[in-house]
Structures are given as structure tokens and as C-alpha cells.
Design a protein around this ligand. Structure first.
Ligand SMILES: [Zn+2]
Ligand SMILES: [Zn+2]
Length: 183
């Protein structure tokens, strides 16, 4: 769903959508299960920065909720998360906060984004909001034993007998990758 500044200048847009899995690409960090629901309102906010300078921002305010699967940071098994969140975000036109104009920023930096090509895709905003709402580190259980660095078995399921011998760097790379995803 695309919000353009031209449409929003005419009238604000209220939205309520149910996005099926794969409507948004969450990469390897999360897999969406079932629909992702999102509802809220998009509108134009005019920032009066001077007698002649008016900046047309897009304000997007709403909620989302959905179920996601995230790989365990140690054993890479999928773990389910029910995620909900609220957002109230401001998107400025590109370039308005170029050097020398920074005094104009009045709201906390983290809530400011920029729209491109005259508009904003709801899907892009939701992708970021969902990823931000994920726990910093997901474990399938607090004492997950992880993957054996030598043979690669899931040590929660199988006791392997490789206490000695050289380790296989491929499994260490996989374990390192999954922990990096969460850092
Ligand atoms: Zn695990
Ligand atoms: Zn092993």
C-alpha cells in the first residue's frame, strides 16, 4: 500500500489491512506466519520552518500484530513470537535536513525517516517496525545447548560423542552466523 504526498494533501488516509505472508520480505531474520494485521492513519503534516519554507511531511500512526518465527540464536530451530506494536512516525522529503538545516529537527531523531519519490510504502514501514520489535536475542529455551561445533547435530535432541578431534569450521560458521543475526 502506497501513500503519496499528492493523495494525502487532498485527504488523510485511514488504513486497515491484512498482509499475507511474503507480502513483506523479512529476509532470514523472521518468517511471517498467517496474516500481518496493520491499521492506522497517514496524513500530511506541514512544518513551517520560515516565512517561505514549508516542508510537507508524512505522519504515519498505527498498530500492527502478527505471528512470526525466528531462528534460535544457538541451534537455529524456529521459535514463535506473537508481535504487536504501535508506531507514530514522521517522514520528511529527502534532502530537507541537509547540513546546515539540522536546527530544524524538533522531534527525537530516531522517529524521523525520509520518503522517496513523493511517497511511502506501508510495507517498508511495517518491515522495519516488526524487525525492531523482535527480541534482541531469541533462544528456543533458556538453556539451549546449541549445535555441536564439530558434527553439527542439535545437542538438544542428540547427544553426540565428539568431545575430541578437530572441529568442523562449517558448523562454527553457521553458529556464528545465527548469533550475528541477533546482535
Ligand atoms: Zn535453541
Ligand atoms: Zn558432535
Amino acid at each position: 500500500m502506497q501513500f503519496t504526498i499528492a493523495d494525502l494533501e487532498r485527504e488523510p488516509a485511514n488504513f486497515s489491512v491484512a498482509l499475507p505472508p511474503k507480502a513483506i520480505d523479512f529476509g532470514e531474520e523472521a518468517t511471517q506466519l498467517g496474516d500481518l494485521a496493520a491499521a492506522g492513519r497517514a496524513e500530511v503534516l506541514h512544518e513551517h520552518r520560515g516565512p517561505k519554507e514549508i516542508v510537507a511531511d508524512i505522519r504515519l500512526k498505527g498498530t500492527f500484530s502478527g505471528n512470526f518465527e525466528v531462528p534460535c540464536a544457538r541451534c537455529v530451530e524456529p521459535v514463535q513470537h506473537a508481535l504487536t506494536g504501535e508506531y507514530d512516525l514522521l517522514f520528511r522529503p529527502p534532502g530537507v535536513d541537509a547540513l546546515g538545516n539540522e536546527h530544524a529537527i524538533s522531534t527525537p531523531e530516531t522517529e524521523i525517516g525520509y520518503y522517496e519519490n513523493g511517497g511511502l510504502a506501508l510495507e517498508d514501514v511495517l518491515r522495519e517496525q516488526v524487525l525492531l520489535s523482535l527480541p534482541a536475542r531469541t533462544l528456543c529455551q533458556p538453556d539451549c545447548k546449541g549445535l555441536c561445533p564439530r558434527c553439527g547435530v542439535n545437542r538438544n535432541e542428540t547427544a553426540c560423542s565428539c568431545d575430541q578431534g578437530p572441529s568442523d569450521p562449517r558448523w562454527e560458521a553457521l553458529a556464528g552466523l545465527s548469533s550475528r543475526l541477533k546482535n
